[in-house]
Ligand binder design. Structure first.
Ligand code: MLT
Ligand code: ZN
Length: 474
């Protein structure tokens, strides 16, 4: 790994101009820490190209000198994936100025977006064209398409339309030698060997820089019904999902699990929130049913599904939002869990998945095992039950010091990840590996996976200039 020479920095400054090149500490500072505040890095310069040709030139120049590049979108990685290391050798490559929606074709249900397009901007543009980009998450106001592609992002709407991997129809990227991979055409059939586009999705910028993506659009929401239901346990919640899917098939787009403890934290720490149910339930689910038509709304069918589920004992109390404001209030409860947990105190956070059908049993037994092994800890397991993906957070015992995560958290994490691995699951369902989970991937990834990942990285990026120290254990 080399430091950029003054000559290289001069060439980059000439190439990008004052809008696209800076070494000003104050301009760099906001982008050198991750948004969770866990990782802090250094960089020799901030590069902000406006066109893909500039990205090609940047990568070519850096490859020639072996200077590392750290691509960055909205800087909302959950795992320190976009934060450079502390050496100061890296150049931060921000894609935020490449923010054009190159085309949006409602007939073809396709949008071609540059890497710096912000997710909520795409949502709005699709809506204007009578369509929808069906992936959403808490950071939609800052997360960029390039970052979402590079981390294979998930979120709260994966149940029906899948994660980024399923929504990306084509990719344009600059590979580590500076060559431009032009794969934006959404070919339905293409058997020219390895699927480079799929390889770049979820590669966290370690195999090249995604500069644009063709994305699948779906019908806009005509009407929706949002319900909050109390259930006895995660197994009942899964039973409810099957019950609803059997009667309303494709309408169910979100099915999020919220334990009472997480709801209580939200009610305590987030102003203006109130419980949707008069009698608190031990577990809750937030359900969203969507129809592309304004009428009939999915509400009567959802009501009937919940009523019949109540009759067979799958649901306790349940309520359907009476209007959009209430629907948003229900969603706010769900989306505020991480914020409320943060306010409450330290926690060791895990983003895990097992086979969907196994998750209820896994999560109950794993929570009991963790709480028995680490006295005083409390598991808060919430999220995307319908995807078999739960945020399995272990809250520190009450009154523990702020450095609990550093002191004991790693041991807790090892314990949780061992359980997940034994169940055939994944230690990263939707947040990625970044730098946070690198050691755990090295420990638990398995020889075949790790060997193939290292071989691919070495073949495509022999000088290891693309986001070094992330995703691929050495
Ligand atoms: C969520 O689903 O709320 C996030 O992915 C979890 C998090 O912020 O840790
Ligand atoms: Zn999540």
């Amino acid at each position: 790994m080399a430091y950029a020479s003054p000559a290289l920095l001069r060439k980059l400054a000439d190439l990008l101009g004052p809008k696209g090149f800076s070494t000003e500490p104050a301009e760099l500072a906001p982008w050198l820490s991750d948004w969770r505040g866990r990782y802090h890095g250094r960089a020799a310069a901030l590069l902000a190209p406006a066109r893909r040709e500039e990205v090609v030139e940047i990568v070519r120049l850096c490859a020639a000198e072996g200077v590392p590049l750290v691509p960055q979108g909205g800087n909302t990685s959950m795992v320190g994936g976009a934060t450079p290391d502390g050496s100061g050798a890296a150049l931060l490559l921000s894609l935020r100025r490449m923010n054009r929606i190159r085309s949006l074709d409602p007939e073809a249900n396709l949008a071609v977006c540059e890497a710096g397009v912000i997710l909520s901007t795409l949502h709005e543009a699709a809506l204007e064209a009578g369509r929808r980009f069906p992936l959403t998450l808490g950071a939609k106001g800052s997360a960029t398409i390039g970052g979402l592609v590079s981390t294979n992002a998930g979120g709260t709407q994966v149940l029906r339309f899948g994660n980024m991997r399923r929504l990306v129809q084509g990719i344009e990227a600059v590979l580590p030698d500076g060559s431009l991979y032009e794969g934006l055409t959404p070919l339905k059939k293409d058997n020219r060997g390895y699927d480079l586009g799929q390889l770049l999705i979820g590669a966290e910028g370690t195999l090249g820089v995604v500069t644009a993506a063709s994305l699948r659009l779906v019908s806009a929401v005509g009407s929706r019904a949002v319900a909050w239901a109390g259930v006895a346990d995660p197994l009942a919640a899964m039973g409810l999902l099957h019950h609803l899917e059997a009667t309303q098939k494709e309408a169910i787009e979100s099915f999020e699990l919220v334990p009472r403890s997480a709801l209580d934290l939200v009610l305590m720490h987030v102003p203006g929130t109130r419980s949707p149910l008069a009698t608190p339930a031990p577990w809750n689910v937030l359900i969203e049913a969507v129809s592309p038509l304004v009428a009939p709304s999915p509400e009567p069918l959802l009501y009937e599904g919940l009523r019949s589920a109540h009759e067979i004992g799958l649901v306790g109390d349940a309520t359907i939002a009476a209007n959009e404001a209430q629907a948003e209030a229900f969603w706010r409860l769900r989306d505020s869990i991480s914020e409320a947990e943060k306010k409450d105190g330290p926690a060791a956070k895990h983003d895990i998945s097992v086979a969907v059908a196994d998750m209820p049993g896994f999560l109950v037994s794993a929570a009991a095992a963790v709480e028995a092994r680490f006295a005083g800890t409390r598991v808060s397991a919430f999220g995307h039950l319908g995807d078999g993906n739960i945020h399995f957070n272990v809250r520190a015992p009450e009154g523990t010091r702020a450095d609990w995560v550093e002191m004991t958290g790693a041991e807790v994490t090892g314990f949780v990840h061992d359980l997940v691995t034994a169940a055939g699951g994944s230690i990263s369902a939707e947040h990625g590996i970044g730098q946070m989970k690198l050691a755990e991937l090295a420990r638990l990834g398995g020889a075949a996976r790790l060997g193939a990942m290292r071989a691919i990285k070495a073949a495509l990026d022999p000088k290891s200039i693309m986001n070094p120290g992330k995703l691929v254990p050495l």
